[in-house]
Design a protein around this ligand. Structure first.
Ligand SMILES: Nc1ncnc2c1ncn2[C@@H]1O[C@H](COP(=O)(O)OP(=O)(O)O)[C@@H](O)[C@H]1O
Ligand SMILES: [Mg+2]
Length: 309
């Protein structure tokens, strides 16, 4: 894949949202690009686009009065170096130290604190690294290094895509940000999503509507995801339930699996994690043809994903 394409897509797909917000606030945001002809790399475009989407929204958040975002890509030795800087409010030393931590946010209820944690995870899984430099009132620069494969590669003919027909999914989480992220991921695969902020609302929706799948958080105030799963299975024993568990759950967990849950996915869940889980739990008849599910692993072996010369 071509990293420059992914950056262009992230910019053009996010622009309608941040441009209208900036316009409404009377601020203007300019994007400058210096994207060199860089070699192709091995990677998952969806995931890397997600990284730049996060970085762009963070930069926009940091520039309430407008400013500039600058992208520069270069081949440096055996790596691609991608710098992205903004002229925003920058970070304090403490924020800079913690910004990659899951759930760390300085945005109060508006923030999820997951954007950079997810981005960091994605870059690491691509064999790369990410550095952050920031000065209060000066701005922030992220520098991402991604390895260039030794062998010459040709882009894959087909992107790995969803192998499941569109489903009706009920997403339950007490955090609005997580409901939004999971819904956005599912929408990308053309699933129809309803959300509920707690188990009570979830059961009400589950009773009055038809769903193919329930995705629920575990730790929720009042009624837990485990109890919700039990109620669902009581009504419909074959209804697949996917549970999302956070870091806190891992600490308190006794290693016991809930018998009412078909599969557990740890947060922050990536699109690929959800796809994998869904593929495992949805009834066979919902899957597409077998020639497609032959490529069903989230990260196919290089041989099947890329044609090598
Ligand atoms: N470009 C940036 N400029 C200033 N601060 C930033 C920037 N990007 C991230 N941050 C800081 O890092 C924190 C964590 O970012 P992130 O993980 O994306 O979560 P969120 O955006 O939901 O707060 C932000 O709350 C903010 O304090
Ligand atoms: Mg963010």
């Amino acid at each position: 894949m071509d990293l420059n394409d992914v950056i262009e897509q992230a910019i053009s797909r996010t622009a309608p949202k941040w441009q209208s917000e900036a316009d409404a606030a009377g601020a203007s945001i300019h994007i400058k690009k210096d994207l060199d002809g860089i070699p192709l790399i091995c990677g998952t475009p969806d995931e890397l686009r997600e990284v730049f989407t996060n970085l762009i929204f963070n930069a926009v958040d940091a520039m309430p009065e407008g400013g500039r975002i600058f992208f520069r890509s270069r081949e440096v030795g055996k790596h691609i170096r991608l710098e992205m800087s903004d002229t925003g409010i920058g970070m304090s030393e403490e924020t800079l130290r913690n910004c990659m931590e899951p759930f760390f946010t300085t945005k109060g209820k508006r923030g999820s604190g997951l954007g950079l944690a997810m981005s960091y995870g994605i870059i690491r899984r691509h064999g790369g690294s990410i550095e952050t430099k920031s000065k209060p009132n000066k701005g922030t620069t992220f520098t991402i290094y991604l390895p260039v494969p030794e062998e010459v590669i040709e882009p894959a003919d087909v992107e790995v895509e969803a192998k499941v027909d569109p489903l009706r999914v009920l997403v339950v989480d007490d955090h609005a940000a997580i409901r939004e992220i999971v819904s956005a991921y599912l929408a990308e695969d053309r699933h129809t999503v309803e959300t509920a902020a707690d188990a009570r609302e979830a059961m009400a929706k589950f009773r009055s509507d038809r769903f193919d799948l329930v995705i629920t958080d575990r730790a929720m105030p009042e009624i837990s995801g485990d109890e919700l799963a039990a109620s669902i299975k009581e009504m419909e024993p074959n209804k697949p339930v996917i549970m999302l568990t956070g870091f806190a759950d891992l600490l308190t967990e006794t290693g016991r699996r809930s018998e009412n849950v078909d599969i557990i996915v740890s947060k922050p869940a990536r699109l690929e994690d959800l796809r994998k889980a869904i593929l495992k739990v949805v009834p066979k008849l919902k899957r597409r043809d077998s020639h497609l599910s032959a490529h069903s692993s989230s990260r196919p072996a290089a041989g099947s994903f890329f044609k090598r010369k």
